[in-house]
Ligand binder design. Structure first.
Ligand code: CO
Length: 148
């Protein structure tokens, strides 16, 4: 009886840990304009989820900065076109642009930044796109995010 209760408690703690982990995504970026996540699936059970962007390289953010911008599929081209004008002081993210669902400011080598997104902003069963807004990076530093 005691053993059964113990196992039940362990099971609850374990499933809680798994849930939290599934609502967090780690993206590791390099000095070669690449990152390791081109396809992210966020569980529809997540009330919010966190994206952590790690720059595993050594170069500073002025020459090899990486950021992360999330948009609807149809908004990506427009937001991307506005990144250069937004400039480094805005992390290459157009300020107060409603097409930007979420973003992570630029990281340089050895740095990590994160953003937590309320999933009520997303539609179930919908695909979104993300990319690095640093000039010239979006061709390789991009990905699809599916929620649901
Ligand atoms: Co980049």
């Amino acid at each position: 009886m005691m053993k059964k209760m113990f196992l039940a408690v362990v099971g609850l703690v374990f499933s809680g840990a798994v849930m939290a982990e599934e609502c967090t995504v780690d993206i590791h970026a390099t000095d070669q304009m690449t990152w390791d996540q081109l396809d992210v699936h966020v569980s529809g059970a997540c009330k919010e989820f966190t994206v952590r962007l790690h720059h595993d390289g050594k170069l500073p953010k002025t020459t090899m900065g990486h950021g992360w911008v999330l948009t609807k599929v149809n908004d990506k081209a427009g937001v991307l076109a506005a990144t250069a004008a937004a400039g480094a002081s805005n992390n290459y993210v157009p300020p107060n642009d409603p097409r930007v669902i979420a973003f992570i400011p630029l990281v340089g080598g050895g740095e990590t930044h994160e953003v937590t997104i309320d999933t009520s902003k997303l539609k179930h069963g919908e695909e979104y796109l993300y990319f690095c807004p640093f000039p010239g990076h979006s061709a390789t530093m991009k990905g699809e995010l599916f929620f649901g």
